[in-house]
Design a protein around this ligand. Sequence first.
Ligand SMILES: Nc1ncnc2c1ncn2[C@@H]1O[C@H](COP(=O)(O)OP(=O)(O)OP(=O)(O)O)[C@@H](O)[C@H]1O
Ligand SMILES: CC(C)(CO)[C@@H](O)C(=O)NCCC(=O)O
Length: 251
Amino acid sequence: MRPSPPRCVGRRHLKVEVVRHCLLIGNSRWHWAEYQADEWQFCHSVPNPLKLQTLEAPLLAWAAVGPIPAGVALDPNRRLGLGDVPLTRMPVWLGIDRALAAWGALRRAHTSGMSSSGLLVADAGTVLSLTRVTAAGDFAGGQLVPGLRLQLRAMEQGTQGLIDPGIGSVSAEPFPFATAEAMRRGSLQALLGTLLEAQREAALPLWLCGGDASVLQEALSQRGLDVVHHPNLVLEGMVDVHDRISRAPSL
Ligand SMILES: Nc1ncnc2c1ncn2[C@@H]1O[C@H](COP(=O)(O)OP(=O)(O)OP(=O)(O)O)[C@@H](O)[C@H]1O
Ligand SMILES: CC(C)(CO)[C@@H](O)C(=O)NCCC(=O)O
């Protein structure tokens, strides 16, 4: 997708290409797609309203599941909603990040000839969302479970004796002695169990994205389950949806 032709400034051969952005406001972090030098790159930051003010050009598109800080001016005409995502049978309450991840995966599957059946898409973010889609693009339900970091935080908040050890490497020991290690191992096991069981029940290829995807992919592969790992499915889906909208003839 090429968002706009490069702007020519001054002499005929001097081209200045404006960097363009899409933004997904997540529950904890902000996720950016950046178009520069003919390619899209993806990065993740803490919520960063200041960056919005310093962009060279207005956002191409944005969406949000997390809070939009007061005073942040985002163009409502550039906001993507469920109606923009070419999936069917989506309930109105579905999170836009789930729809975009599912669309990103389905699109990739079509392109690579992997779409004979449906897909199970896991977005391992603040909440790990599982979203099932049919090969025809129908939303077909899912599951939601607290993500790794949220589980650790919840254990501190809900108890007297536990302290959130923060994200860090998870020990290979299945039954660690140390509390912090036991919390991390237990939280990872909860996600692995959810994914293994869901994949078994759905009998569909499992696609994985989100902040905890790489640690999960490695652990799943050790347990004999190969997943399709593309960390930025949500942003890829968003860029594609924006591309379709901007190419569509206006009425
Ligand atoms: N620098 C980081 N800051 C926060 N979380 C991180 C970081 N690096 C990896 N993670 C992991 O990423 C997970 C959060 O995933 P991600 O950033 O994709 O989602 P999010 O923006 O927090 O939420 P959403 O799912 O709404 O997009 C956490 O469980 C955490 O373990
Ligand atoms: C499930 C989350 C929190 C995942 O980010 C988000 O997609 C959301 O707020 N969804 C709304 C409820 C739903 O998707 O069923």
